[in-house]
Design a binder for this molecule. Sequence first.
Ligand code: FES
Length: 519
Amino acid sequence: MMQPGEASRTTTTTTLPQFPKSFWLESVDAIPQFPSLTADLKTEVVVIGAGITGITTAYLLAKRGVKVVVLQAGRILEGTTGHTTAKLTTQHGLIYHEFLSHFGEEKTRLYYEANHEALMFIRQTVEELGIECQFTEEDAYLYTSEDAYLDQMQNEYMAYAKLNITADYLLSNPLPFETKAAIRIKGQARFNPVPYLLRLIQEITQLGGQIYEGTTVVGATHEQPSIVKTKQGHQVTCSHVVTASHYPFNDIKGAFFTRLHAEKSYVIAARTKKPFPGGMYINAEQPTRSLRAVTIHGEPAVLIGGEGHKTGQALCTHQFYENLQKFGEETFGLTEILYRWSAQDVFTLDKMPYIGQQFSDAPHLLMATGYRKWGMTNSMVAAMLNMKIILGEKSPYEEVFTPHRFHADPSIKTFIQQNANVAQHLIAGKFNLQHKQLEELSPDEGAVVQVKGKRAGAYRDPNGELHVVDTTCTHLGCEVEWNDAERTWDCPCHGSRYTFQGEVIEGPAKKALTKLAAE
Ligand code: FES
């Protein structure tokens, strides 16, 4: 059997697409457009963010007869939701053993049960609404190819047993390369989130919910009723606000950006020589390798994901796609790479999502973030939990996910490490002298340059036009770095991302980078 990493046995026969594009977003005829908010409104609940969390929250509330308004800064589904690998599973990597030691048995079991309910909810919704979204039941496998991870695999399996999670410990699995051990959970699933969510959006609007795109929220008052203010100068008065974006938009008091960090990861969708054996896979070791089947244009293909790293902290992002391509060629043999795309995910200090009341003195301001790459089920957990809090219903999950927790172990150690890393980038970025000259930039090349003796960012587009921006991140002043695979400026401190023209793609930044003249 071939081993991943045995590069000499294979030759590259495929090329990566020049530009990133998500298959999910391309798989539907059209993504509906919604207007910007151009007047003041009154409603019961404002949901900020139209990804899977925001849309599901709005859907659940609308179904219960609550008046809801969804505000999205850019286009719906354009964030992580449109760029996931879309696995629906309670198997979230090596996590249950770690959670047992940090949170104890009861809370860890509740984490599992909440995610299991989330999986059941999606299955039921797909059936109830008859949604065609490639929902397919699959077994999930956590595997390792390294002896060094066997103890951790055993510990994880024992944690499953303690939590009554039905699973099998296997010494072999269907993958066509050698592995040392695997843990299988049966009856999980995969789907395409875009047609699924478009159907929920249809339901929301039919139930009287309103969705606005191109509407950036800049603040919300702490009193109830709260007034949500938009950058465009309008306001929505409401009884509850749910922030369903990676970083809470009103984060002065909570300082959540010091307790969260953003990571990028990558996906390629490819046709393979060897047929995919079925199942969904993720390895225990680094670099991450995530595998699942998908149907593209009626033919089978494989999604190969992984290669996570902190946003803005990689010198060459193309290498991550190339590593996935190499892995695919060595394991399944690739005949064509159809798509490549990346996703950004947010991690909390203790790896448990923050869901629920954002401020202790404002119970009507709710949040949901920190899914650690397992957003397909955790987003459902968030939507169901925040709906219950709004409706005044009890939930056993409230205490598990509360954003107010701050455990000494491991949070404080991770807090110090994380913010030392931010401080390092804040200072080092200012003195990074490895600049290119503007005239050295080729078409479709970006780099840090010097303009009038100051650090700036420049991208020469394929037509030769230069786009120059001040590289000072508008969030807290770290220096953004060039992401060559996506043609974006990414901040290494808290993960803000900007287009090559400086417009915000992802927060916590709200303001665009300052444009500079090219001379
Ligand atoms: Fe916080 Fe850039 S995202 S400084």
